[in-house]
Design a protein around this ligand. Structure first.
Ligand SMILES: [Ca+2]
Length: 120
């Protein structure tokens, strides 16, 4: 899947100033709520999917979980992270597929706050 997740940074006028995206090759049940049995696993080319009440977790140890902000000037921005942004995987709702957050960046650190969940 060419675009499974996007990571975009916008400036105060709404112009996209940095971007990243993640491709995906297998969805699986990495973690499930108590009492929910994982069904999908990518091992041995098993079936793909994410069960209800389970999640497929992409930790920082997986490649491409980042957006390059090397060229950004310090300041206030908006970070938008969206999953399944092209609506290629059927879901009960797309209204919770994006998080839009304030992103404050200095030359030494960045903070992400005030996230709002919305449709990509
Ligand atoms: Ca959703």
């Amino acid at each position: 899947m060419e675009v499974f997740a996007t990571f975009d940074v916008y400036n105060s006028t709404g112009q996209r100033v940095a971007e990243g995206h993640k491709a995906s090759f297998c969805l699986e049940d990495n973690q499930c709520l108590p009492g929910v049995k994982p069904r999908y696993a990518c091992a041995n080319y098993g079936d793909q999917g994410i069960s209800v009440n389970c999640s497929d977790i992409y930790k920082y140890t997986v490649d491409c979980q980042w957006v390059d902000i090397s060229d950004l000037d310090p300041g206030k921005y908006t970070l938008k992270v969206a999953v399944n942004p092209e609506f290629k995987i059927p879901e009960m709702s797309f209204e919770n597929n994006a998080a839009v957050c304030d992103f404050f960046y200095t030359e030494t650190y960045g903070t992400v706050t005030n996230c709002v969940v919305q449709r990509p």
